[in-house]
Design a protein around this ligand. Structure first.
Ligand SMILES: [Zn+2]
Length: 157
């Protein structure tokens, strides 16, 4: 089966948020505070150490393909620089979180939305690509609804 890439938000976007304390996409002010919840950080895809690490709250729009309807929403990132998650494995810290998977076609057309319950998470993601024909998948928080990460086929597949 072709490899997938699980991705945090782009590193240059994160750098700009930390440097300007504004949303690069919207100009809205960002807000820094000690982490009061698990997050996770949308760059490294790790949960926050509550009360220990600082996080930045910022408005983010996860759709990048032409024709898609923007869906801005709040996200958190680590206030201090961290490494962007870019790996073929499901982000380990997501396993304990409530998740919703959404499969999209180019142009932002939603094909399927599911809460993986019993199935292994990797399998549920793969099904969206191989059975539903998704071009990319968004992982969202199953309680708050916020965007958490993007999954796409690895280049060259
Ligand atoms: Zn981080």
């Amino acid at each position: 089966m072709p490899a997938l890439r699980y991705l945090g938000i782009p590193q240059d976007l994160a750098r700009e948020i930390r440097a300007t304390m504004r949303s690069p996409q919207y100009g809205h002010p960002a807000h820094r505070e000690p982490a009061r919840g698990y997050g996770p950080c949308r760059v490294c895809l790790k949960t926050f150490a509550i009360g220990v690490e600082d996080r930045i709250l910022v408005t983010f729009q996860p759709f990048t393909d032409p024709g898609s309807l923007p869906a801005p929403g709040p996200i958190f990132i680590h206030a201090e620089p961290c490494e962007r998650y870019d790996a073929p494995e499901f982000p380990p810290d997501f396993r304990a979180l409530p998740l919703v998977l959404e499969g999209y076609r180019k142009g932002g057309r939603l094909l399927a939305q599911e809460r993986p319950v019993d199935a292994p998470l990797e399998l549920a993601v793969r099904r969206l690509f191989h059975e539903r024909g998704a071009d990319y998948v968004h992982i969202r928080n199953g309680e708050a609804g916020c965007f958490m990460a993007r999954v796409e086929p690895a280049a060259g597949q």
